[in-house]
Design a protein around this ligand. Structure first.
Ligand code: BTN
Length: 245
């Protein structure tokens, strides 16, 4: 599948996911991509806000159509894999995925994924926020120790009108990688996910308990072993490292 045709760029909008959903409802084609220099109401998972200073982040929403919730059940894993590949093609970094869909460099979050699906209409919007070149001191205090960027900000040589050149290169790389990963079969997705799994073997906690993360199963669930030997499969929700950095 090819992402990026058509491509609508907004200098400023509330949320690229919202724009992409509107276009999907109006019959927009699969592969359509919405980007923005700036979002005024960028959304993260679980109702959180998404922080992104103007011009230095990739704010991206791609329309996957057709979408089938059964066939595409590993989409939430395939998308961060595409982000990892795109990021690694732009900079000398190694990315990991924190289940289900945060992308990390050196244990710091560089990108987040928000997939919003409308299965009854056979489409899904794939939202990606990727910090391309955010000066570390520009992250709000609560993110400064846990967030990072793909490129060193000085490499960008200041901020030309229209945003960092790195953002455009990252956009192209993500279009390419996403096109491949949304078509990957389950075996390929799971095979590529495992070596990037940032949680495997680590102590984690979630709303209902704590344990050692083992692996991601063929349904995309996180399998955790609890202290009493039970295996719990987590389908959704937030998982924290027991010892947060
Ligand atoms: C997360 O980690 O919580 C997911 C963050 C997803 C943010 C992106 S930015 C582009 C797109 N538009 C939004 O409003 N959200 C996603």
């Amino acid at each position: 599948m090819i992402f990026g045709f058509p491509h609508r760029h907004f200098r400023r909008t509330d949320s690229t996911n919202e724009r992409a959903k509107e276009l999907a409802l109006a019959g927009g084609p699969g592969g359509l991509v919405v980007t923005a220099t700036e979002q005024t109401a960028g959304r993260g998972r679980r109702g959180s806000a998404w922080f992104a200073p103007p011009g230095v982040c990739l704010l991206y929403s791609g329309l996957l159509r057709p979408f089938d919730s059964e066939r595409d059940r590993l989409l939430p894993l395939a998308v961060p894999l595409a982000v990892c590949e795109a990021a690694e093609s732009i900079a000398p970094v190694r990315c990991q995925v924190k289940w289900p869909n945060d992308v990390w460099i050196d244990e710091r979050k560089v990108a987040g994924v928000l997939v919003e699906a409308r299965p009854e209409e056979a489409w899904a919007v794939i939202g990606v926020g990727l910090n391309v070149a955010v000066p570390q001191e520009n992250f709000p205090a609560e993110l400064r120790e846990t967030a990072t960027s793909l490129l060193p900000t000085e490499a960008e040589g200041g901020m030309p009108p229209g945003g960092a050149p790195g953002v455009r290169r990252t956009l192209q790389a993500l279009n390419d990688a996403l096109g491949r990963w949304v078509e990957a079969d389950d075996e390929t997705v799971l095979g590529a996910y495992r070596p990037r799994d940032a949680l495997a073997g680590r102590e984690v906690s979630w709303d209902g308990g704590e344990g050692t993360a083992l692996e991601v199963d063929e349904q995309g669930h996180l399998v955790v072993a609890t202290a009493d030997g039970e295996r719990v499969r987590l389908g959704a929700g937030e998982v924290h490292l027991a010892v947060e950095r």
